[in-house]
Design a binder for this molecule. Structure first.
Ligand code: F6R
Length: 607
């Protein structure tokens, strides 16, 4: 995820900027850059680690006391040196670092090109530097305000100007920025972990605010230039806590990030009024996908569970024959695939050895290979014919949470894309996309009930076994819930299609064997209800996840957890979250290391 550090003050900017960038490394990035002002602007960028940037630097040249720095996680344009920030306009007067996405950058860029501006990069950010130059007369703040008025989208940005070497400007809209107030110095960062070593006195910038900073003073204004009074707050977090935004574990942080990560996964990709999807990464192959007759999804673990939801969506709404396979099995079988098959590799890390091998195998058989990958520039992202990034930032906890919900959301986008190329109506496209866009608020409602889940976990954490059951779209949710419990708490769990339990597993049920049912009010609700009755008839405790407002199940089961109503195909996104929280609390109550469960690695690069 992109990161910003900026400095103005009594000390040399370079060491503080470099230290800040290193503190942001944990968030993941693909390139980095720095610009420092001293008799002109000196800038340097590099692809890869901050160490590579440091090695290129001539620190004598970078001796100024004002500067900006950035770690980039590619969104618009490849991870290259040219696309790395800071960006400048034609005259090299303004230098900008930016987090977020400028949605109308193409329109702005076209207009600027017509006016004679020359663009160097493929980024959305570069338009900001050109607009600043275009508007500048003699006041950097005026130029910034005029620029911000034209931008649509999100930004956290920091700007320096060659002609006003004692000023640093920052602005925020939808992308966080914190101002660290020190003794005769100010450090700005997108994340407190980058400034906590220098000061604990901070001001959190809100959306629509601009800060104009010089060595000793700062002024916060809004876009109408009205001054805003802000209070300085004291950060009490340790560096480790700061990296986790105050959450005790990365896993809990990542579970709570899901409203935002879903927004980031679908932002700019849905055109609701036309019931259409726009996936930049697939644009070059849209003529090929039209003729695809079969889809095969290859993935491992949690990513495979997301793929299973994708299979149901693609069959039901895009009318495409779809199979989903364990990547580790796919490569040793004789899968029937040809030029009319698209193989979709789903992988958070983009480095999972089995998924990579399955994808390579599919390629040799002539299939079109597509990727749904989170890690930009990873091997799967590079080797597939085309693909879509999740844009959810790094997932640090070993157990996958926000990647799963994002993978399902992107598979829903694939469904609309392929469906609209086939028989899906505009009305249906609109409906799916409308519901997808409504999910972030519904997820907020679910994560707010963390304490309720914790109470349920307190009753069940000594269980030795738990059965997870669901049907249709929520059978994958059931096996995902079981996997989360196993890997975090080491309690044995099994996921089953509800209808299968009476073919054997029901023999295990007694008063000490709890079952979790994912039973929202959908097309298979009644069927689930009968299975719950069968468990209750054998004194088995039941925890149910169902739709808000359902009273019937409340009378029948021991514990109930409500999720908001949504389209049936999207219920796994909402229903998985209480299961993630349940596994998290069960593990903590059993004194397990939730972020780093034993025997597991985040990226499984061996077979
Ligand atoms: C479970 C988990 C794993 C991964 C699997 C695939 O919580 O994290 O099951 O989902 O190892 O990893 P990626 O998505 O990186 O290919």
């Amino acid at each position: 995820m992109c990161g910003i550090v900026a400095y103005i003050g009594k000390n040399k900017a370079l060491p503080i900027l470099l230290d800040g960038l290193k503190r942001l490394e944990y968030r993941g990035y693909d390139s980095a850059g720095i610009a420092v002002l001293n008799s002109g602007v000196h800038s340097i960028k590099s692809v890869g680690k901050i160490k590579a940037l440091e090695e290129k630097l001539d620190s004598k040249k970078f001796s100024g006391k004002i500067g900006i720095a950035h770690t980039r996680w590619a969104t618009h344009g490849e991870p290259t040196e040219i696309n790395a920030h800071p960006h400048s306009g034609d005259q090299g007067k303004f230098w900008v670092v930016h987090n977020g996405i400028i949605e109308n950058y193409r329109t702005l860029k076209d207009k600027l090109i017509q006016k004679g501006h020359n663009f160097k990069s493929q980024t959305d950010t570069e338009v900001i530097a050109h607009l600043l130059e275009d508007f500048y007369k003699d006041n950097i703040t005026d130029a910034l305000i005029s620029t911000l008025k034209l931008l649509k989208g999100t930004y956290g940005l920091a700007v320096i100007c060659k002609d006003e070497p004692d000023k640093l400007l920052v602005a925020r809209n939808g992308s966080p920025l914190v101002i660290g107030v020190g003794q005769d110095e100010t450090i700005i960062a997108s994340d407190v972990s980058a400034l906590i070593r220098h000061t604990r006195q901070v001001i959190y910038l809100d959306d629509g605010e601009i800060a104009e900073i010089d060595q000793n003073n700062f002024r916060i204004i809004n876009i109408q230039e009205k001054e805003i009074k802000k209070t300085v707050e004291e950060i009490e977090w340790s560096l480790e806590q700061a990296e986790k935004s105050g959450y005790p574990h990365f896993m809990l942080k990542e579970i709570n990030e899901q409203p935002e990560s879903i927004i980031n996964s679908i932002r700019g990709r849905t055109i609701i009024k036309d019931g259409k999807v726009k996936l930049g990464g697939l644009e070059t192959i849209m003529n090929i996908t039209r003729f695809i007759e079969k889809i095969s999804i290859v993935a491992c673990g949690t990513a495979k569970h997301a793929g299973m939801v994708g299979q149901l969506m693609l069959e039901e709404y895009a009318n495409l024959e779809t199979s989903v396979e364990f990547a580790s099995e796919f490569r040793y079988r004789k899968p029937i695939i040809d030029q009319k098959t698209a193989v979709i590799a789903v992988s958070q890390s983009g480095e999972t050895a089995d998924t990579l091998a399955a994808m390579r195998e599919a390629k040799t058989k002539g299939a079109l290979t597509l990727g749904i990958v989170n890690a930009v520039g990873s091997t799967i992202a590079r080797e597939t014919d085309a693909g879509v990034y999740n844009h959810i930032g790094p997932e640090i906890a070993v157990a996958s949470t926000k990647a799963f919900t994002s993978q399902v959301a992107i598979l829903a986008l694939f469904t609309v894309l392929f469906g609209r190329q086939r028989q899906m109506s505009m009305v249906m496209g609109r409906r799916i996309l409308g519901e997808l866009n409504a999910l972030p608020d519904k997820i907020k409602f679910v994560v707010k009930q963390n304490n309720k889940i914790k109470k349920i976990a307190k009753k069940y954490y000594k269980s030795n076994n738990i059965l997870y059951m669901g049907r249709k779209y929520n059978y994958p949710t059931a096996i995902e819930g079981a996997l989360k419990l196993k890997e975090l708490s080491y309690i044995h769990a099994e996921g089953l299609p509800s209808g299968e339990m009476k073919h054997g597993s029901i023999a295990m049920i007694d008063k000490d064997f709890p079952s979790v049912f994912i039973a929202p009010e959908d097309s298979v609700y009644e069927k689930n209800l009968s299975n719950i009755e069968e468990i209750k008839a054998r004194s088995g405790p039941v925890i149910a996840v169902t739709t808000e407002g359902n009273k019937e199940l409340k009378k029948l089961v021991d514990e109930i957890f409500y999720i908001p109503k949504t389209l049936e195909m999207l219920t796994p996104i909402l229903a998985t979250i209480p299961l993630q929280l349940f596994a998290y609390h069960m593990a903590l109550l059993n004194n397990k290391d939730v972020d780093k469960p034993r025997n597991l690695a985040k990226s499984v690069t061996v077979e």
